[in-house]
Design a protein around this ligand. Sequence first.
Ligand SMILES: *Cc1c(COP(=O)(O)O)cnc(C)c1O
Length: 391
Amino acid sequence: MPDVIGIESELSHKLSDPTYDSASRFTMVVDLGAIEGNYRKFRTLAPHSACGAVLKADAYGLGAARIAPFLGRLGCRHFFVADMEEGIALRDLIPSSARIYMLHGIMRGMEPAAEHHDLIPILNSREQLDAWLRHCRLRNRPLPAGIHVDTGLSRLGFPIDELQKVVESESALSDLPVVLFMSQLACAEWRDEVSRQQLYRFRKLTHLFPKAILSLSNSAGLFAGCEFHFDLIRSGGGIFGLSTSDDLDFKQSQVVRLGTRIIQCREVEIGEAIGYYRSYTVKRRMRVATASIGYADGFPRSLGNRGHVFIYGTRAPIVGFVSMDLITIDVTDLPESWTSPGTVVDLICPEQTVADMASAAKMLSDELTTGIGRRCRRLYVSAQRDDMRHQ
Ligand SMILES: *Cc1c(COP(=O)(O)O)cnc(C)c1O
């Protein structure tokens, strides 16, 4: 085995240790220590704001059930999910004082369950506002809600003029405890005029909700300038090491590794072809390793004949099409002793970060991780403390 040092070798070693990985085919290793580091850096970079965690889509595919309580222990008190199902799943995992906001708001009929599970809807429209107010009247209690205003994404949230009209005309709104007033930036990464215009529009409305926590920025918005910070940052990709921001002040720690194993290795003769539809023709005698991950697991099909993997830190090309459950790798140039069945194949690793693999596949980093399927076991480690835990 080649010389490898530090935590990387530690992780590969443990990934290949049968006590950690006997049954599963492949594993996503999530480094909680790196999440902690990123989260703390965010808090330092926006010292006058709270840092909320966006845990939609199962914490971007990393596993909300483990990450939510971990962030709760770090002091995080604001959690964002897409909808009620995601919110209910989190409620008992985090302190009862922590708030869970549902970004999609409320649909008619969901109000009692939202109240029962102590979930705060972010109201996006007149219909949602009416539904929530109706429920409050029915229960005869003012129940907290958030308000989302659309300042330039044209996706969710009240259009500005409609919100102003509602605030002016709706006396009932004055009884509603609006605990969060938010908007979402369309292209925070670019730090351009669009963001400034959204900031300007948002700022002109904040006086409407004097008691609310104000929130405009996602991870990338944090770097657009401190005038974008307000009371609360909503961060997902930034703390999970998936952010597209290239800010020099923030070198995010890599959180995710993805590894699988070789099932079989074979010689293939000149003139033969590899994989479905024989898209790769063999031009020299080759050794080809077959490893267990495929498009059914969210591995990008576009990496067939284009992507790379790493075996003991050495780059090896993917040859042939990506199958449903398998990929084939050219290992001709690797020592035979490195390619026996069971050998770990690194897909996302220090040599090939999630951003590298995503860009090779013309995807976003979080698009890649949210697509990794349930067959992939999540393993939680803390590189700093070196305590391995199972999921
Ligand atoms: C997903 C989402 C976020 C988090 O965005 P990141 O870029 O991953 O930090 C913040 N706010 C809203 C409304 C979102 O939908």
